[in-house]
Design a binder for this molecule. Sequence first.
Ligand SMILES: [Zn+2]
Length: 158
Amino acid sequence: MENQFNNLYSVILDTYPMEGKQLTKIWKFFEYLKEGRLTTTKCIKCGKVSYPPRILCPECLSEELEWIDLPTKGTVEYFTELKAGVPVGFEKPLIHAYIKLSDSFDILSKIVGIKSIDDIHRGDKVKLKVFDVPPIPAEIGRDKISIDRVYFAFELDN
Ligand SMILES: [Zn+2]
């Protein structure tokens, strides 16, 4: 993603999650994303699959969770364009879609790589697109660190 503000406003307006072992307990999600894998957590005790990934099972409160891979390709079910109030730093068109990844799993994601909402349709095939996010400075104790970040969207799979 282009960062048109040269990080001037990143600390205040940054809407991407903190990443890195030191900052989040779901840091593996982002490490796997860097490998092109979309993952989440599954409870070892009761089998509940949660998304976004959790550190505690919302069903049985177990902390015994394992990471599982989700499909990286899916089908567009519904989509919408945010026309008013597009947040600073986001490019237009800002389109989000519900994507069916499997019979039991849908995900809400930003759609990138299209010029207009007319370019997307119900039933379109889409695939995972991982992109770099500007690093955000963080203070861990006395250390100032900068952590490389990634995030994901989906794009048309032509
Ligand atoms: Zn559970």
